[in-house]
Unconditional design. Sequence first.
Length: 246
Amino acid sequence: MKQLFLLFVVLLMVCSCSDEILNEENHQAILGASNVTFSFDSITSPANWRTYQSLEEMLEACQIPEDKLSSMSTDELIEVCMSHPLHSIYFAYDNELDGAKVVFENFNGFQELKRRSDAPEKVIDFYSDVNFNTKAQHLRRKNFSKFTYIGFIELYLASKELPDLYEGSNLMYLERISNEVLDMKLAQPVKKMHSISRSLLINSQIAIERGNLSQEDEKVLKAFVLSGGKEQDPQVYTTVSTIISK
């Protein structure tokens, strides 16, 4: 059943990829035409995208050419990584972190980010801008799903794929922005638990990294992270929230 669902999601992405990716026109609007060095457009055009017969082929086709990868600015690299055509694949997994890691671990753009010393701060800047700047160009893409987009960014922050995110001033900055985003979500008239849970994931990682937890509290937070933030018992979210608020 799980395999059939995954196949359905991949096929859905194939049919709607032109709506989900960052197109060349909007990419230029964000970064300026002279700064654009890479786009997924030619890769995910219907004529090309439909020829890929497996998830592996799709992942391979989306790799950034090495000559462009090394010369790409960190700002553009982050934009490209977060706009990966398969970014919403995490919906096909019971554990969303596991699903998102399929892209994190199989895209050379994310591997390059690990080598950029300015990546941690710029990724947090990017996350903050997407959430709080209603005029941000990131949100002006035609038919681009803000829902799946922000979820993917939050899963990246929670994954610890960028270890330096959880050190020193980066950790303090991430904690401040994550708390502000969580407060904003909680202030919404309609609470979306799946969205709130991703903020709790980030804050759980922060609390674990900071230490000063009882053994029981640490056990609860680690189990929550291991589950990818998806729990059947609603009480778990309340418990996690209480712990990280101490």
